[in-house]
Design a binder for this molecule. Structure first.
Ligand SMILES: [Zn+2]
Length: 405
């Protein structure tokens, strides 16, 4: 694990003046330009050609571009270099299959830039609820001091969401949560019906929009479809939609933080599916039995939300429970009976229920899968020789653990 992936982020609402907003938008523009250049080089790459340029090479190209274009040179080199770094990290996430392929950045959509080499004096508190951060070219920009700013923040990221709100997120390396020392292992399954099922029987759901909010979203979408191109009404509707979506994203991120802390505090070992092999085996799960209409709808919704949420949850778990996250082969976790160990393809009655014909065990299908994941982790742990604590987790779990006949 790199230091970069250990970073914890806490976000604050930034309140720039109009003049400062101009400076921030300029940084966003430069970051977007550089990001899109890097993406273009990736897009043109095809197997058989020389590798698309890496971070170091792109930095050299950036220096050349700055020598050539005055408007680029006028911008902050930190902002531009960090855009390249962000892109390199996005590609690494894509190759590791934890993130989607980086996409084009367009004006007004999820804009942002990063500032590094932040010193202690660059952030200060003005009053109980107001703080200030020094932004290159922007001066001291105020933000809402809604919680403690992490000590020793070395960088921050400024973003503007689609609703037009500005945020500043400080990144600091957090101290990991110590293991409770109880020896307890928990399996976490990415559920089909719920967001995540624990081997303890707990079912967790990512908060989504409430019924009223979803209704409003439908209404707004209809209004948007009817609104004339470039009309004020259309602009307003777009902002209102973006606000609702941003609210949902905030809730999801909040859920990931709470859930990962809860797991890291409560268990010594946290077992999850190995995402790298999940992609190949996942489809088998859906074909077992035809799910009910409602279930399928819900599952679709859940999948969409988890496209980001699950990867983020595992990532945060690894930050908080350092060295205590075990990845196991997801093959057969949904088909194996967690009570007697028999593997039977047809035992999953529906997406929600599991019933073993051999021993008669019946229960929630996702919890059954989570119990199998915990079981597999137990094997991994004992194969390493007893206590999992303080041992490296990068060793590959045994591939055939779940092939119990
Ligand atoms: Zn059984």
């Amino acid at each position: 694990m790199t230091v970069d992936s250990l970073i914890r982020v806490s976000r604050f609402r930034l309140q720039p003046t109009t003049a400062q907003e101009t400076a921030l938008l300029e940084h966003c523009g430069h970051a977007r330009f550089v990001w899109n250049l890097a993406l273009e080089q990736q897009v043109h790459w095809r197997p058989g050609r020389a590798n698309a340029p890496g971070f170091a090479e792109q930095c050299r190209q950036l220096t050349e571009a700055r020598a050539e274009f005055a408007w680029l040179r006028a911008g902050s080199i930190i902002v531009q270099q960090q855009a390249l770094k962000d892109f390199a990290q996005a590609m690494a996430g894509f190759f590791a299959r934890t993130h989607r392929r980086p996409r084009w950045r367009t004006r007004g959509r999820n804009e942002g830039f990063r500032i590094v080499a932040v010193r202690a004096g660059d952030v200060r508190r003005l009053s109980r609820h107001v703080g200030e951060v020094r932004v290159p070219e922007g001066g001291w920009v105020r933000f809402r001091w809604s919680r403690a700013v992490p000590e020793g923040a070395k960088s921050y990221r400024v973003t503007q969401d689609r609703a037009g709100r500005w945020h500043v997120a400080f990144a600091a390396i957090p101290s990991p949560i110590p293991a409770p020392g109880t020896g307890r292992v928990v399996g976490v399954d990415r559920g089909v019906v719920v967001s995540a099922a624990l081997s303890t029987g707990e079912l967790l759901s990512v908060p989504v929009l409430r019924d009223g909010e979803r209704q409003r979203l439908r209404l707004l979408s209809r209004r948007l479809a009817r609104a004339g191109r470039g009309s004020i009404r259309r602009g307003r509707t777009k902002v209102a939609i973006a606000r609702l979506r941003a609210r949902e994203t905030d809730r999801r991120k909040d859920w990931v933080e709470k859930t990962s802390t809860h797991l890291a505090r409560g268990f010594d070992v946290i077992a999850v599916e190995d995402l790298k092999i999940t992609g190949m085996t996942r489809s088998a799960r859906g074909t077992l039995t035809e799910p009910g209409r409602n279930v399928r709808q819900k599952a679709g919704l859940n999948r969409g939300i988890l496209a980001n949420g699950w990867g983020l949850l595992v990532e945060r778990l690894e930050h908080k429970a350092v060295g205590r996250v075990v990845r196991v082969n997801p093959a057969y976790t949904s088909q194996r009976c967690s009570a007697c160990g028999i593997v039977e393809a047809r035992a999953r009655e529906s997406q929600a229920a599991y019933a073993c014909r051999s021993c008669g065990f019946a229960g929630n299908a996702d919890v059954n899968a989570a119990r199998n994941i915990a079981h597999a982790a137990g094997h991994v742990v004992s194969a390493r020789g007893g206590s999992p604590l303080g041992r490296p987790t990068n060793r590959e779990p045994q591939r055939d653990l779940l092939l119990v006949r």
